[in-house]
Design a protein around this ligand. Structure first.
Ligand code: JFZ
Length: 429
């Protein structure tokens, strides 16, 4: 691989804000909010572009006030946000010069991206753009495995007039707009590549289709400090390591590596299974799941990008508001154990997680042990233990050396304050 591509990766210092943030808001918003049954409905239901355009004609999020969104995100302890500027449906939330398929041409008439950037920046959050590489509306995007017209009897013939190079020019022109019109952008989240996959002879797409190397270079040139994710299909180029890895809807069992080296990573998850607003979805995560997801991710050294799919009116659904409130309540008391915290160099007890920040070790108790919890010995370095939520002292007992739970472990230099960021439940023991 050429050296230039390797030089495009960010150094640790430039990613420090990201790692310390630990928690961000993903926002999937587009015409699919009207369908309200998953952001992939155009593909799943094989809706032809001209039929899907009905949503375009009806799009009018009269209640959109991103200042409200930003306030809720900040209150939940989130430090950055990533908004879908365009999802696979091809609809653009900003006033792009290279398409008519954009928010400013709907009854809404507003540049939704501009308002988002201003509102989230005003709340002190870093600004991210999700941008779909896939585009099911663009006339030059070749019909492929996921395309709504994949089962069209003339798909192969229709593809003869579709030129992916023209589509790539469009993609690059739009990225240029997004990265030059809105000031400093902190994250670019491209999505996604699927080379080597095929369906009825229709090929998948990857770096040759997107012209990924150039897209990466352009992104870096226009926004030198921007964090760029890993979905451009560049991973198998020797020596190349993306700024971040983005495991989706699962939290890895161990921290991910790339080419044998630890890597900065961010798990993305949903409140309810779907990314776009899904009115009838019933699998909303409960408070315990939400907290465990965040703690579990940070305990492995990752970030959590938690998603909300706003409604077609531009509001967060009540269930999303409740979920954000869960985070708000917990983070208000326990945010110390998340922001700037990461992997602890010590094994947690069963059903527990550790996060650590300097000489403060946070023990997250996933299932309350009632009377005692046995933690590994810390060679006398344990200085003080207390609950994080109220600062109150927790007394501990030291067992003799032959008790299993006291077998020595390696801990960092210096004394440690152990803090327990879980409220003791109201039970009599
Ligand atoms: C992608 C999007 O398709 C999805 O709508 C959402 O935006 C999510 C965050 O990212 O999800 C994927 C990515 C990769 C595959 C499938 C869905 N894949 O490789 O099959």
């Amino acid at each position: 691989m050429d050296q230039s591509l390797k030089d495009l990766a960010l150094g640790d210092a430039e990613k420090q804000w990201f790692v310390e943030s630990r928690f961000g808001l993903f926002i999937h918003w587009g015409l699919y909010a009207i369908g309200a049954r998953h952001e992939w409905l155009m593909s799943r239901e094989e809706i032809a572009p001209e039929v899907y355009e009905r949503y375009f004609e009806l799009f009018d999020p009269d209640a959109y006030d991103p200042r409200l969104w930003a306030k809720r995100a900040r209150a939940a302890g989130m430090k950055y946000a990533v908004l879908t500027t365009k999802h696979h449906e091809g609809f653009c939330l900003w006033d792009s010069a290279v398409t008519d398929y954009k928010a400013t041409n709907t009854p809404s008439g507003r540049d939704l991206v501009a308002e988002y950037v201003e509102a989230f920046r005003a709340e002190g959050l870093k600004i991210g753009f999700y941008h779909s590489l896939i585009d099911w509306h663009h006339p030059d995007f070749p019909i492929d495995i996921f395309h709504p017209l994949r089962n069209h009897p003339d798909a192969a013939r229709l593809n003869e007039s579709r030129d992916v190079r023209r589509y790539a020019d469009y993609l690059h022109a739009q990225v240029e707009e997004l990265l030059t019109r809105y000031g400093k952008i902190d994250i670019m989240w491209y999505d996604f590549s699927y080379p080597g996959r095929s369906y009825k002879g229709l090929a998948g797409k990857g770096r040759n289709d997107w012209n990924s190397e150039k897209l990466l270079a352009t992104t870096r040139r226009l926004q030198p400090g921007i964090i760029i994710n890993n979905r451009l299909d560049l991973l198998d180029l020797p020596g190349f390591v993306p700024d971040i890895m983005t495991p989706e809807q699962y939290t890895p069992r161990v921290a991910p590596t790339v080419k044998g080296e630890p890597v900065t990573w961010e798990a993305c998850h949903t409140f309810s299974g779907s990314w776009g607003y899904d009115r009838d979805e019933e699998t909303w995560k409960d408070a315990e799941q939400l907290i465990k997801l965040l703690v579990g991710t940070v305990s492995l050294g990752g970030n959590l990008l938690m998603n909300v799919g706003p409604t077609a009116r531009g509001l967060f659904d009540d269930r999303a508001v409740d979920a954000l409130k869960v985070y708000e309540d917990w983070m208000t008391l326990n945010g110390e154990a998340i922001h700037g915290a990461g992997v602890a160099d010590i094994e947690p007890p069963r059903d527990c997680r550790y996060t650590q920040k300097g000489n403060r070790l946070f023990l997250h108790i996933f299932s309350w042990p009632f009377r005692h919890i046995h933690i590994d010995a810390m060679d006398g370095k344990l200085e003080f233990a207390r609950f994080l939520h109220d600062g109150s002292e927790v007394k501990w007992l030291t067992h003799s050396k032959d008790v299993d739970s006291n077998v020595g472990v390696t801990v960092p230099e210096g004394m440690i304050t152990l803090e327990l960021p879980v409220k003791k439940p109201n039970v009599t023991v």
